[in-house]
Design a protein around this ligand. Structure first.
Ligand code: SF4
Length: 356
């Protein structure tokens, strides 16, 4: 019977959680909502191994919410550098400020207050309130959807309104209210280590005999997505300009676009890769006179959720720098590049070329 199956599901997951030593992370068992929040934001779109050092760095530099709230934004962005999806860092900082101003520097405990904070959606609000206060809110993310869709044989596309509602309702129904935090942790770990997307470990799974997908050989057909993600292709050519005095030019990206508030070199964005005519393009776009093109880099690729970036770097010398040129850019010594927060690919280029 369905009711029994739901009970069996939750009980076995909790038992599995107790019997396993999986994923001993510094934020596990944490009851400080600030640190839970920090770890959850860092782990969105980031692998645990990559996020770990960032979590420790933030915890050390900003041990309390007010420390983060009082930090200059450039420092926060610099510490985040390399983690990607920078809106997370901006929201983190903005939210810390709001908690300082509106909640007296203490992380709110009420779900409604938590979800009203910038950058916190239903998943993160459920994680924070259940881990910190054992509040009865079920987490629903890709891991949870995958497990529920397989165990209960649900083929409703999870990215439709109907699918979202169905999975959220079932997840909430399965939650043992008195053990909300423990259960949420269990299902998250189970999805990350046992019921993984490709090649789940069914042979060692405690749910194998109640799992519809396993019993009917449907594992690779579930869960179902209705739309295929289409990635927009963008071609960036960055010009690393030097003026013969050890200086170069950068500016902060302030547009509503990727990498907002990070720094970049003069950029030519085009519909396809640019192969020639660099001198003229640079002269025209930035109102300078290029003396020589010194190098062209390989093409770097960076994948974002909805975009694929093709990025190249061109090193160009200009003869003399005159004040009105490159307006909007800041002229800085090349030796100070390490002080600025750059998107991951620019940081990689600088490291590979020993410029930082
Ligand atoms: S039996 Fe396999 S597919 Fe089913 S829940 Fe377990 S790991 Fe996932």
């Amino acid at each position: 019977m369905k009711e029994n199956k739901e009970k069996v599901f939750s009980t076995r997951l909790l038992k599995w959680n107790k019997s396993t030593n999986n994923r001993q992370m510094p934020w596990k068992g944490e009851s400080d909502p600030y640190l839970i929040w920090l770890s959850e934001i860092i782990l969105q779109q980031t692998r645990v191994e990559q996020g770990l050092n960032y979590f420790l760095a933030f915890k050390t530099k900003y041990p309390r919410i007010v420390d983060l709230a009082d930090a200059p934004e450039d420092d926060v962005m610099k510490l985040w550098q390399g983690l990607g999806y920078y809106s997370r860092a901006r929201n983190l900082h903005a939210t810390a400020k709001r908690i300082k101003d509106d909640f007296d520097g203490r992380f709110p405990s009420d779900y409604k207050d938590v979800i009203s904070l910038k950058g916190i959606g239903t998943y993160t609000a459920a994680a924070i309130t259940s881990f910190a206060y054992n509040a009865p809110y079920a987490v629903v993310d890709g891991n949870v959807i995958r497990i529920l869709s397989r165990v209960f044989g649900l083929d409703t596309p999870f990215d439709t309104t109907e699918g979202k509602k169905l999975f959220a309702q079932l997840a909430q129904q399965l939650l043992p209210e008195k053990q909300a935090g423990e259960y949420n942790q269990a299902i998250m770990d189970f999805g990350a280590t046992v019921c993984v997307p490709a090649q789940p470990k069914c042979a060692e799974c405690p749910l194998d005999n109640i799992c519809v997908a396993y019993q009917n050989n449907l594992i690779h057909l579930l869960p179902v997505r209705s739309k295929k993600l289409v990635k927009r292709e963008r071609f960036f050519t960055y010009i690393f300009i030097t003026d013969g005095t050890g200086h170069t030019f950068i500016k902060k990206r302030l547009e509503k676009d990727i990498w907002s508030n990070l720094y970049e070199f003069p950029l030519i964005e085009s519909d396809t890769s640019i192969e020639k005519g660099f001198k003229q393009r640079i002269n025209d776009q930035f109102n300078v006179k290029v003396e020589s093109i010194d190098s062209y880099s390989k093409e770097y690729h960076q994948l974002l959720t909805h975009q694929k970036l093709h990025i190249r770097f061109v090193q160009a010398q200009i003869s003399q720098f005159e004040g009105d040129k490159l307006s909007g850019y800041v002229r800085i010594p090349v030796s100070s590049l390490a002080e600025f927060a750059f998107p991951r690919t620019i940081a990689l280029y600088l490291t590979e070329n020993r410029l930082v």
